[in-house]
Write a protein that binds this ligand. Structure first.
Ligand code: BJW
Length: 233
């Protein structure tokens, strides 16, 4: 039995909850240029456009519910005798809504705000604009979504490195394997001696790195894989 399971999740996990992925044909990057809306340079060039993009996404998330795959991962954490960690690239709040506790949001949170003046972070559910004042330092003009854009350092990389170094089982779910450093986690876990599994709709960019794979819809294959892990417990 694996003592520590580390699970990396991506947009495919939330797709069946109605959250668009990024690189599928109807994905976010088919409608928006990531250089305009998901880089610090884009934000410096046109902050109003970036605020409008994230205001729209925050509103679109109202009423979105976790699906059977999020629920299965929360159940795994509750029922598994070893340690289970979820490292998510997703900025939605569906893992926590399903009940997952050991969770790292490496690409930040859609419902979070960061003040570039004082560095404070806040929960944030409404719209944001250039006029928005920081609830901490009171200054306007410095508030931004607390998400990690291209060229920025993802959150908690040191902690994630420690988890991967001690992982016995690494499971990657619903991610295309296009974005680093997350795409490199499978190599880190392998180097640490972990068994590696891909659960995705289709083979990802990194498919050859995984020892095992199941391909299909997350709401089908994730509960099935979790049942397999729990059957001997
Ligand atoms: C289903 C399904 C269903 C669908 N069931 N499955 C060369 C040039 C320039 C830069 C770089 C470079 N090489 C590397 C870089 C760095 C760059 C990068 O990786 N660029 C690549 C594009 C090349 N990375 C960064 O800049 C990162 N920072 C960084 O590297 O800092 C330096 C550093 C160095 C060393 C150590 C540590 C740090 C930051 C990356 C930030 C990414 N930000 C975004 C936006 C977040 C905010 C927001 O949401 O707006 O994060 S981009 C976007 O991509 C988002 C996602 O989290 C991320 C990953 O996407 P994901 O989840 O994989 O989604 P998709 O759409 O790609 O795939 C979905 C998958 O699901 C598909 O496979 C489907 O088949 C599947 N699927 N339905 C199961 N029902």
């Amino acid at each position: 039995m694996a003592e520590r399971i580390v699970i990396l999740t991506g947009a495919g996990l939330s797709a069946e909850s109605g959250v668009p992925t990024f690189r599928d044909k109807d994905g976010v990057w088919a409608k928006y240029d990531y250089r305009d809306v998901a880089t610090p340079e884009g934000f410096a060039r046109d902050p109003a456009l970036v605020h409008a993009f994230y205001n729209m996404r925050r509103r679109a998330h109202a009423g979105i519910q976790p699906n059977a795959a999020h629920a299965a991962l929360a159940r795994l954490e509750r029922a598994y005798p070893g340690e289970v960690w979820v490292v998510t690239q997703n900025v939605d709040a569906l893992h926590e809504a399903a009940g997952t506790k050991n969770l790292i949001h490496m690409h930040g949170e859609l419902f979070g705000a960061l003040c570039t003046h004082c560095g404070a972070r806040f929960p944030w559910s409404g719209d944001m604009s250039l006029e928005t004042r920081c609830p901490g330092c009171g200054k306007a003009g410095g508030m931004r979504p607390d998400v990690v854009w291209f060229g920025e350092m993802p959150y908690q990389m040191e902690r994630i490195g420690e988890l991967l170094a001690a992982a016995d089982l690494f499971i990657s779910i619903g991610t295309s394997g296009n974005v680093y450093p997350a795409a490199g986690f499978v190599a880190e876990a392998r180097a640490a001696g972990a068994h590696t599994v891909e659960l995705n709709l289709e083979p990802s960019e990194g498919r050859l790195m995984f020892a095992e794979a199941m391909h299909g819809a997350a709401t089908v294959i994730v509960p099935a894989y979790v049942n397999r892990l729990l059957q001997w417990v």
